[in-house]
Design a protein around this ligand. Sequence first.
Ligand SMILES: CC(C)(COP(=O)(O)OP(=O)(O)OC[C@H]1O[C@@H](n2cnc3c(N)ncnc32)[C@H](O)[C@@H]1OP(=O)(O)O)[C@@H](O)C(=O)NCCC(=O)NCCS
Length: 368
Amino acid sequence: MSRPRITTGTAITGAGVWHPEHILTNEELCVAFNEFVRRTNAAGAEPPLKESSPEFIEKASGIKRRYIVEKTGVLDPERMCPNVPDRRDDELSLQAEFAVNAIKRALAAAGRVGEEVDLVVCGTSMLQRAYPAMAIEIQHAIGARGLGFDLTLGCASATAAIQVATSSIQSGLANCAVVVSPELMSGHNNWRERDGHFLFGDAAVALVIERARPGSWEILSVRAMSKFSTNIRNNFGFLNRFDPSKQFAADKLFYQQGRRVYKDVIPMAARFIADHVQSHGIEPAEVARYWLHQANRNMNELISERILGRPATSAEAPVIIDTYGNTASAGAAIAFTEHNADLAEGSYGVLAAFGAGYSIGSLVMQRT
Ligand SMILES: CC(C)(COP(=O)(O)OP(=O)(O)OC[C@H]1O[C@@H](n2cnc3c(N)ncnc32)[C@H](O)[C@@H]1OP(=O)(O)O)[C@@H](O)C(=O)NCCC(=O)NCCS
């Protein structure tokens, strides 16, 4: 007896990516970083700092370049942080601008306009401010109705936001939801830290979620889990000024135990994704495409090999980290947006994210 088809009845009906125009290569980044190292060592750093190299970056992470909101500030060894003037309260905030740019493209792809949207979930690893919620400003900017709220869950923020949007449509709370991940990673990247100065890039991605219809990506099911770990961490927060001696310390930016993350997350994510696929009565090799979180190219190769029992082809597990860097929760959805159009009706696809928390989220989808 064939098993009944499981489905949420909802779908991704449109997707859009937007990134800033400035490209920052590994070579440019290392020239500035190594000048910072020389100056710091000349000033008597103890122990002396070590230089970085483009060869290491590409080999260790798969990253060749990334997009960035502003690069002269990052390339200034005295500053090493983007140089972006603050905006007035009556101007669209920078993060909302990223979001709106991606949403416009996603709505156009779905054949919708902002006025038809009745739920905006801003799922992102970082928020520019505490309140008003970024999603409400975005909702206002696109002319949407209904509700908007922010959701943060590290690199699994977008998949969690999709889960909320899907449930909202299933329950009748919303008809046309937008999930948006405006990731301004340059704001919490530590550009002075050799182990990770190269990791991140800036980009935004948006997905329109509605009832499934022909030509969409039907979401058969969504799964998520979390398991506490302190191996990826950022202690920035509104209590930082309680202790001015540590207010601007390095732990108020992204930091991680990269090797431990590797060891923990590879088996956890591979098992989670394979179990999710098999819960639909399909085998991992029957999935035409895996849009995986883009934190590290080598890590993704190992995860997809564990899922499939053999190395994945570049068509099965597309890579975008080479040109975007790690864009946190946006990465898997960017891979989806740029690499789904060629798949035929009936094809299965899996979008999966994993990261800080730890947190994992995955979607099993089928092209309608
Ligand atoms: C961060 C990461 C790219 C580092 O790669 P790695 O292969 O683990 O590198 P290691 O930190 O073990 O360092 C290996 C060597 O390279 C050196 N190295 C580190 N950074 C360097 C740099 N920028 N340039 C040159 N050499 C460097 C180290 O000193 C070390 O040298 P040693 O063996 O002589 O001690 C990798 O661990 C990673 O991506 N982990 C998972 C990250 C992740 O998914 N995070 C989630 C974020 S959302």
